[in-house]
Design a protein around this ligand. Structure first.
Ligand SMILES: *Cc1c(COP(=O)(O)O)cnc(C)c1O
Length: 390
């Protein structure tokens, strides 16, 4: 690990950072400050580099009304996982036609609820779920989610639990037609913060096989590929830029489908939102466990239970910026609760200055996504992580 301090400019334009910090300076820690303008820019970049795609924002990444409203106004669609997310979207004026029910694990009565509200697009990866959809949401579009490789190169894998084998996806599409549904397409998610772009190549090749088999043997013409999320945000472990992802993925689609692209859906969460946020915390206490121990423990007022769950197994390595400059020292960083799982980094030791003291602020970069929505409601009495918007 480099002992160089984190550079602001590697993560935010200076004027953006200064705007966020000016607001942060007026608030009590801990909280996330989000720059809506950055989200807007990321959305535009996505459209620019994937001009042929339809965006379905993965609401779970950050369901703040400010973000949903912004994306609604920019024309985004929404990937929805529960009736609660759906209610929120509808209450903010998002039309039901712009929502898909992307969770493959759902109650029959919740499918019905989506259908009654006007949603007509459903993901599935099992026969039981498909039969529920046919009963509760007759005639709807369904797409089958397939399993993909790539869990070892994704910093936050979404494998095993979701998706089915290619053969089963084919059978589900055939069955969906028999059940009076509209067999619409195939989806996958290669894992969140996927650093190996090549895994999209393998996944798209699988989709191609499914498209062809269904067309030739069953006369079913699928219309859509949902490429999921997995696009990169900036953390300590670097990934390629979005334009590089777009260029490569576009080439993969062209290789398999020629210039006649099916409808392409993207479901970004992390890549749209993460780098628009900074989580600001304060050092509560600094200690050593013995007179001779080499590492200091930095306890801060935010932890695994208040927004930083993606530090689990040290999966996501957030850059931590501090204002003080001083001799860098490897530290262990932990949260404020009475649970020993509440340690963020013990193996990967960030370098923070030796003169760091209680009351100093830590700026956790790239924390706009998967922080506030993961925060516990009152573990140890700590309130959920707040957010503010500039
Ligand atoms: C979480 C999720 C996403 C978003 O993934 P990111 O890697 O955050 O972009 C997209 N689609 C589905 C189905 C998801 O569950």
């Amino acid at each position: 690990m480099s002992t160089e301090p984190i550079k602001i400019e590697d993560f935010y334009p200076l004027d953006t950072f200064n705007r966020m910090k000016a607001l942060a300076d007026t608030k009590e820690t801990p909280f996330v400050v989000i720059d809506l303008n950055t989200i807007s820019e990321h959305y535009d970049t996505l459209i620019e580099y994937f001009p042929y795609s339809k965006i379905y924002y993965a609401v779970k990444a950050n369901p703040a009304p400010e973000i949903i409203t912004l994306l609604k106004e920019k024309g985004s669609n929404f990937d929805v996982a529960s009736i609660y997310e759906l209610d929120k979207l509808l209450s903010l004026g998002v039309p039901a036609e712009r929502c898909s029910y992307g969770n493959t694990i759902k109650k029959s009565k919740d499918i019905r609820y989506f259908y009654e509200k006007g949603v007509r697009m459903f993901a599935t990866d099992s026969e039981a779920d498909l039969r529920n959809i046919a009963r509760a949401a007759p005639g709807s579009r369904v797409y089958a989610r397939i399993l993909t490789e790539g869990s070892h190169t994704a910093d936050w894998p979404l494998s095993r639990k979701f998706g089915c084998h290619t053969d089963m996806a084919i059978d589900l599409m055939i069955l969906s037609r028999e059940l009076g549904l509209d067999p619409y397409g195939i989806s996958f998610h290669v894992g969140s913060q996927q650093r190996d772009i090549g895994v999209w190549d393998a996944a798209i090749a699988k989709v191609k096989v499914i498209f062809e088999r269904l067309k030739e043997e069953d006369g079913i013409t699928l219309k859509m590929i949902n490429l999921g999320g997995g696009f990169p945000a900036n953390y300590i472990t670097r990934a390629n830029t979005l334009p590089t992802y777009a260029e490569e993925i576009t080439r993969f689609i062209q290789e398999d489908f020629g210039d006649d692209f099916p409808e392409i859906i993207l479901e970004p969460g992390r890549s749209l939102i993460s780098n628009a946020g900074i989580l600001v915390s304060e050092v509560v206490l600094i200690s050593r466990k013995s007179h001779t121990s080499l590492h200091r423990w930095i306890f801060t007022d935010v932890g695994k239970f208040s927004g930083l769950i993606e530090t689990m197994d040290e999966s996501i390595k957030y850059p931590i910026y501090v204002e003080k400059q001083g001799e860098p020292e490897e530290v262990i960083i932990a949260g404020p609760t009475c649970d020993s799982a509440d340690i963020m980094y013990e193996q990967y030791k960030p370098h923070l200055p030796l003169n760091l003291a209680s009351g100093d602020r830590l700026y956790w970069f790239s924390t706009g996504a998967y922080t506030t929505s993961y925060s516990a409601i009152e573990f140890n009495g700590f309130p959920p992580l707040k957010s503010y918007f500039v």
